[in-house]
Design a protein around this ligand. Structure first.
Ligand code: SF4
Length: 312
């Protein structure tokens, strides 16, 4: 019932109806998050496990893991199990050392692409560059990238760049989930502001993020409404919302199918679906199924509904 990209939905009688549903070419959970969840589930089968921080910023996934007996703590001091897992976002050497100093066994689920970012920053520092991270200062991944550094800056806006102090050499890397266009723009601003400085940029934005961002732009350009599925606190989901909003006036961020604003659709809508890198397939499928039902219930001969949409 649900179409592949750009194909019209057909109703039960096989006649074409107007409302179309399109999925982004790349959407949903990335390999880094999938591997971390699989490791947590497998480990918890054999021994009690605590995860340090949120494994993913998605309440559906966290609730499922808690049901399996997996515990979550924000602080290593509070861990009551012998094994503690570091999330896909990674952690600094300082934090890992503090966990091991408590005699805990460390299970590392750090995404390999976060390791790449850590190594890139370490190399820049070893070559004499002052590290600048483009990202969210308080995000767990950015803390992991910076906690071992003697000095660093984190920027995310033009105002942040304006506050940078001049250095002979700037070494720039990015939080893996930042939109690459924003990263390039900020790198350009730093180069412009410090024309005498040696500015080196290492692109550490991960490929799954780039694919989802790029696919979201293509999707939103074809749609009259876009549904972005993902956790309220998921950084990359919120970035997808912003990206889609630049291309499409009607963008709705929902966490689960229960939040789908069913009055928000017109019979002639083209509805796009995309989802953040921590959104499980089951949540995407539930939304897709419900949209297909709505499409089936509405045929092209029906009167256009006058709707009031307060969502998104
Ligand atoms: S978003 Fe990118 S860096 Fe983060 S876990 Fe997924 S693949 Fe890895």
């Amino acid at each position: 019932m649900l179409s592949a990209a750009g194909h019209e939905i057909e109703n039960a009688a096989g006649t074409n109806i107007a409302m179309k549903i399109i999925r982004a070419e790349h959407l949903g959970m990335c390999f880094g998050v999938k591997d971390a969840i699989a490791l947590a589930i497998e480990t918890a089968r054999h021994e009690p496990l605590t995860i340090l921080g949120d494994l993913v910023h998605n309440q559906t996934v966290l609730a499922e893991l808690k049901e399996r007996g997996i515990r979550f703590e924000a602080d290593a001091e509070e861990v009551g199990t012998g094994t503690v897992m570091i999330t896909a976002h990674g952690a600094s050497g300082r934090k890992l050392g503090a966990v091991r100093a408590r005699g805990l066994a460390v299970l590392e689920a750090t995404c390999p692409l976060v390791h790449v970012a850590h190594r890139a920053v370490a190399k820049l520092v070893s070559e004499g560059f002052h590290p600048v991270i483009i990202g969210k200062r308080d995000h767990v991944e950015v803390r992991g990238m910076t906690e071992d550094l003697a000095g660093f800056d984190v920027v995310l806006s033009e105002e942040d760049v304006a506050e940078l102090r001049e250095r002979p050499r700037f070494g720039i890397a990015a939080q893996t989930t930042q939109p690459i266009e924003r990263v390039r723009e900020l790198v350009g601003l730093i180069r412009k502001r410090f024309p005498k400085s040696d500015v080196r940029f290492v692109d550490t934005v991960c490929q799954p993020t780039k694919q989802r961002q790029h696919a979201a732009v293509e999707l939103a350009q074809q749609c009259t409404v876009v549904i972005v599925i993902g956790g309220a606190h998921s950084n990359n989901t919120r970035e997808l919302v912003q990206t889609c909003s630049r291309q499409c006036a009607r963008v709705h961020h929902i966490q689960t199918v229960a939040e789908l604003c069913e009055e928000c659709f017109q019979p002639d809508d083209t509805v796009g679906i995309t989802a953040g890198t921590s959104t499980p397939d089951s949540v995407i499928e539930a939304v897709a199924r419900r949209l297909a039902q709505l499409a089936s219930a509405t045929d092209s001969s029906s009167n256009r509904k006058e709707t009031t949409c307060n969502n998104g």
